[in-house]
Design a binder for this molecule. Structure first.
Ligand code: ATP
Length: 224
């Protein structure tokens, strides 16, 4: 949209990869907070067909995970879901998916979003340095995970903009950056939710997932 100065603002879109098995209030808070503080135009969940780094855990069917994401985001006009990874029908690496995302959004400023746990194991990702330098990233704090910078190379470290304890976000235009934000502190994990259902046959803390998702889990008897 043209601004008052007549200069068109570049569209800003965030992509959030993960298994989302199931999507929970941690993920949804990340989406809503980042839309606001980074002044994003769109926030897009990109469910993985099968997270390559979680090879030992076979996720719930992609249909169910996609359906739960749809239910959780249907009242959020700026949040949507991409089937890019699911359409491939096999496990893929971020280094394969990101170029496709960038190609499809060539005129936009693209951010790739991850939580602190993903950041702590980033060096195990295939071609991780290339992934980190390919586009902008937003790393979100997560209770129980410390954010450190010792494990990454200088090339990556020098792109980090630490926004923790700052009440403003300044987007740099000088090449891809890695923004670290502590604007979300929600202690929920999909593993805990699956355990709650399988051990107690119910969702212990009802505010961990939206009500529609809780109902879906019950109806289709997931995680039993
Ligand atoms: P699991 O417990 O199965 O590992 P998860 O809760 O971490 O699942 P994923 O689908 O693996 O959920 O996460 C997708 C992305 O969301 C990852 O980058 C992860 O770091 C991030 N994430 C998940 N939960 C939170 C949270 N509570 N706060 C911030 N980031 C989160």
């Amino acid at each position: 949209m043209p601004s008052l100065s007549g200069v068109t603002k570049q569209k800003q879109i965030a992509f959030y990869g993960g298994t989302f098995d199931p999507v929970h209030c941690g993920h949804l808070t990340v989406a809503k907070r980042l839309l606001k503080i980074f002044d994003l135009d769109e926030f897009i969940f990109v469910p993985a067909y099968h997270a390559p780094h979680k090879a030992e855990n076979v996720p719930t069917s992609a249909y169910h995970r996609f359906a739960m994401l749809t239910l959780a985001t249907q009242n959020e006009p700026r949040i949507s879901i991409s089937t890019l990874e699911l359409d491939h029908g096999k496990k893929r690496y971020t280094v394969e998916t990101l170029p496709e995302i960038l190609e499809g959004n060539a005129n936009s400023k693209v951010f790739f979003v991850m939580g602190a746990d993903s950041w702590s194991e980033i060096t195990t990702w295939r071609d991780w340095e290339r992934v980190m330098l390919m586009t902008n990233h937003i790393v979100v704090t997560r209770p129980g995970y410390e954010i450190t910078f010792d494990h990454v190379t200088d090339l990556v470290r020098e792109r980090i903009i630490d926004l923790r304890d700052r009440d403003y976000v300044q987007i740099e235009s000088d090449g891809p950056q890695i923004y670290i934000t502590d604007s979300v502190k929600v202690d929920v994990s999909a593993t805990e939710i699956r355990q709650d259902v399988s051990e107690d046959d119910r969702l212990d803390r009802s505010d961990d997932v939206p009500q529609e998702v809780a109902k879906y889990i019950e109806k289709y008897e997931l995680y039993k």
